[in-house]
Design a protein around this ligand. Structure first.
Ligand SMILES: Cc1cc2nc3c(=O)[nH]c(=O)nc-3n(C[C@H](O)[C@H](O)[C@H](O)COP(=O)(O)OP(=O)(O)OC[C@H]3O[C@@H](n4cnc5c(N)ncnc54)[C@H](O)[C@@H]3O)c2cc1C
Length: 186
């Protein structure tokens, strides 16, 4: 629930996007999905996984945070070394601006240009200041046919096969509190 400080004099708007979660289209030839920006990480991956695809963006808040929120906060996920940060994944966004509710389509022209600063990229980390991001075109990847997860602590530090073998593609490896290592390869 949104709680506004009693001393706040400015208008405060709370926008519920929980019904804007649809996978609108999937272009398999080009690896592009168009998704509504109220979708949280789980909703978005369930829809993509059902068609054999993933976006590969997994911030720790993935079950609660949304596609629109990721763009607005320039989010970074656990699998960034494999799939990149959010700004590497977004191809286009549609933005609705106040006060008239104008829909600006295809805001991020991701084709390379030499026309000076890329003002569209201001959306990354904009925290909702320019408008509401309603849909986004994102890069998607085929799900790996096999995925491995693992973890090991001090006792198994020398255990054979504990870590992903040389040549396998790791999406992330993390060292937790200097004591345990977890990994995911796919
Ligand atoms: C436990 C925990 C773990 C986290 N882990 C990570 C992590 O691994 N990586 C990381 O980068 N961040 C992480 N975060 C921070 C946070 O989850 C991210 O910043 C996330 O991207 C916010 O998305 P949200 O949908 O929750 O946005 P909100 O928190 O609801 O909003 C964040 C800002 O974006 C704006 N906004 C939201 N949706 C839209 C929209 N559709 N259009 C325009 N503006 C919008 C809001 O107005 C606000 O200014 C974590 C947070 C928590 C609590």
């Amino acid at each position: 629930m949104l709680e506004v400080p009693t001393t706040e004099t400015r208008p405060v708007l709370s926008l519920d996007m929980t019904r804007m979660t649809k996978l609108l289209s999937l272009d398999e030839a080009n690896g592009i999905a168009v998704i509504e920006c109220g979708a949280n990480g789980r909703e978005l991956e369930v829809a993509l996984n059902a068609k054999g695809y993933t976006m590969g963006h997994e911030p720790d808040s993935y079950e609660f945070s949304t596609l629109g929120g990721w763009v607005s906060t320039a989010a970074s996920g656990m699998k960034r070394s494999r799939y990149g940060n959010i700004e590497d994944m977004i191809l286009n966004c549609d933005l609705v601006t106040a006060p008239d509710g104008v829909v600006h389509r295809r805001l991020l022209a991701r084709a390379r240009s030499s026309h000076g600063p890329e003002v569209q990229s201001l959306l990354f980390g904009s925290e909702g200041n320019f408008g509401v991001i309603v849909t986004a075109s994102v890069k998607v990847h085929k799900l790996a046919s096999r995925q491995n997860y693992g973890a090991y602590g001090k006792k198994q530090a020398h255990g054979k096969g504990a870590l992903p073998s040389r040549g396998s593609r790791s999406a992330w490896i993390s060292l937790a509190a200097g004591r345990a290592i977890t990994w995911h390869s796919c």
